[in-house]
Design a binder for this molecule. Structure first.
Ligand code: G16
Length: 545
């Protein structure tokens, strides 16, 4: 193969450390940045093959999202902006772990299995987050693309969802929007301005102010860039903008959700809305402090509830018969699931962790709202649903109430980044909903009360010993672990617990919820001990909280 000579030459500049084996995790490869140069080069090769195969533009995002600054990673984006398919995840692992001398054979194998026409053109969009390692690692991706004769476009510093958006725009011949960062701001902000253009009680009482924790990452830069497009419709105070603090350190969506406390470095006024992004701005959580200084978290479950309530109301007003479902994971708070099923009467599905799983489940409905409790999510509208909304919005013979609802639905579709969870787009949607409904964050919070919960991490020598089933709600190995969890759960009221190996960090995650915080904490600790003892814990037994 003519291109193989160049691959051979270039791969020598990005050698694989012999014996190093890395797995494609929940959202791609992710580990210490020092181990990733060869992975990035090879993902450049793979993205080029994927582009040739699909005859479409493919995206490669260099980021380790919520992980600490010293880590990095890579997320591959398929033509419509979704995550790459499981078969290609397998190829990614195969290519990543081929020893240096076996690389060409591994490439050849994929080309043969997928019957790839190597003379087909290839296009790859590349983006990166603000980590110091991202510059050289994204160069390695670009080297991989050029080694196989592909064309690349380097978007430089972008959020992960912005890169997903560009890929989708490019592959829909701009039907989804313009494939530029400016185009992204214009589309989202115009829709936001349309949604909020009728003044309502919310803005009249002067609380159109939002505090944003940018996690010292790319989201902060992009919120700054976007502000002028918002035309002062939303006043943002930005903290943790990367000017001094460390990425994700004591701040960001993951910290706030897991620790259940505010990030450092922000100023919180009682009753005011605050939100945190994660390191690549694909997650968001909201929170506020009440007049007693008590912290209240509104996570992905509360966001899904707010959005699906809003959409359901609009559909009723518009007289549109479209089926809404909410997709969650095992981490969803039990109260949220009960509320959605029993009070809101919407269909609820539970999938494994990882947006790729939620995204696919959401695609099965007219409108699929998917959110992980950690704040990663979006809304998908089927083509048919979008067309129905569009037709109604253009219908001049309907009454004012239906017309208003149809126009709100149309702008809601446009403010949402349907390719993947997007902190910026979700933030604009949430702000618009609260404004339209004239709702305070306290009223939103009061829709239902979370069951107290706790998340812990346990270090084990090999987390792959834990295997799960039933959307990760039950452990099938190691032997005895699920039985131990079942009997521990029986000791507490309204309790539930599960464990699963993380696909982004070298830990086992433990989740517990129960009637009181003390019970949730105690159960999480009991289950952590069971994991430590039965799954090969290392570094000392977990201590009580
Ligand atoms: C990624 C995935 C999310 C997942 C999270 C944690 O988020 O995109 O779907 O919930 O990792 O996964 P795990 O529990 O397997 O470590 P991000 O924002 O870090 O890319």
């Amino acid at each position: 193969m003519p291109q193989f000579k160049e691959v051979s030459k270039q791969s020598g500049l990005h050698p694989k450390p012999a014996g190093l084996v890395l797995q494609y995790g929940t959202a791609g490869f992710r580990t210490n940045a020092k181990q990733l140069d060869h992975i990035m080069f090879r993902m450049g090769l793979l993205a080029t093959l994927r582009s040739k195969k699909t005859k479409a533009t493919i995206g490669v995002m260099v980021t380790a999202s919520h992980n600490p600054e010293e880590d990095n990673g890579v997320k591959l984006v398929d033509p419509m902006g979704e995550m790459v398919t499981p078969t290609w995840e397998g190829y990614a692992t195969q290519l990543a772990n081929a020893e240096q001398e076996d690389l060409l054979a591994a490439l050849q194998d994929i080309i043969k299995k997928e019957a790839i026409n190597m003379s087909q053109e290839a296009n790859v969009f590349v983006g990166k987050d603000t980590r110091s390692s991202s510059a050289s690692l994204s160069q390695a991706v670009l080297d991989g693309v050029s080694a196989l004769g592909g064309h690349s476009k380097d978007y430089g510093l972008v959020t992960t969802p912005q890169l997903h958006y560009m890929v989708c725009c490019q592959n829909t011949q701009c039907k989804y929007g313009e494939a530029t960062v400016e185009g992204y701001y214009k589309k989202l902000c115009q829709a936001f301005i349309q949604l909020t253009k009728n003044p309502c009680t919310f803005y009249c009482v002067g609380v159109d102010h939002l505090t944003v924790d940018g996690a010292n990452g790319i989201g902060a830069l992009k919120v700054r860039e976007m502000e002028s497009h918002l035309k002062r419709e939303l006043h943002i105070s930005l903290f943790n903008d990367g000017s001094k603090g460390k990425l994700n350190h004591q701040c960001g969506a993951d910290f706030v959700k897991v620790q259940q406390k505010p990030p450092t470095g922000i100023k919180m006024n009682p009753g005011e809305r605050c939100c945190s992004f994660d390191g690549d701005a694909d997650r968001i959580v909201y929170y506020y402090a009440d007049s007693e200084g008590q912290f209240h978290l509104l996570d992905g479950d509360k966001i899904a509830t707010l959005i699906s309530t809003f959409l359901k109301e609009l559909l009723t007003q518009a007289g549109l018969d479209l089926e809404i479902a909410v997709v969650q994971t095992a981490y969803a708070n039990g109260s949220s699931t009960n509320y959605l099923e029993d009070t809101m009467k919407v269909i609820v599905r539970c999938t494994k962790t990882g947006v790729k799983h939620l995204h696919h489940a959401a695609q099965e409905f007219d409108i699929g709202v998917y959110f992980e409790a950690n704040g990663h999510g979006t809304v998908l509208f089927s083509k048919a649903a979008e067309e129905k909304i569009q037709r109604l919005a253009e219908n001049s013979s309907i009454n004012d109430e239906r017309k208003r609802a149809a126009l709100l639905l149309q702008n809601t579709v446009n403010v949402i980044n349907q390719t993947v969870g997007d902190a910026i787009s979700d933030m604009l949607l949430i702000e618009a909903i609260l404004a339209i409904k004239g709702m305070t964050i306290q009223q939103w919070d009061a829709i239902y009360s979370d069951l107290p919960n706790r998340q812990l991490k346990v270090k084990v020598s090999d987390r792959r010993v834990i295997d799960t089933t039933d959307a990760e709600r039950r452990a099938v190995s190691p032997a005895g672990l699920q039985e131990a969890i079942d009997s521990l759960v029986k000791n507490y009221r309204e309790a539930r617990s599960f464990v699963r190996p993380s696909g982004t960090e070298d830990v086992v995650r433990v989740y517990a919820e129960a009637e009181t915080q003390e019970s949730a904490d105690a159960l999480a600790h009991d289950v952590s001990l069971a994991v430590y003892r039965l799954a090969g814990g290392v570094g000392g037994e977990p201590k009580p909280l």
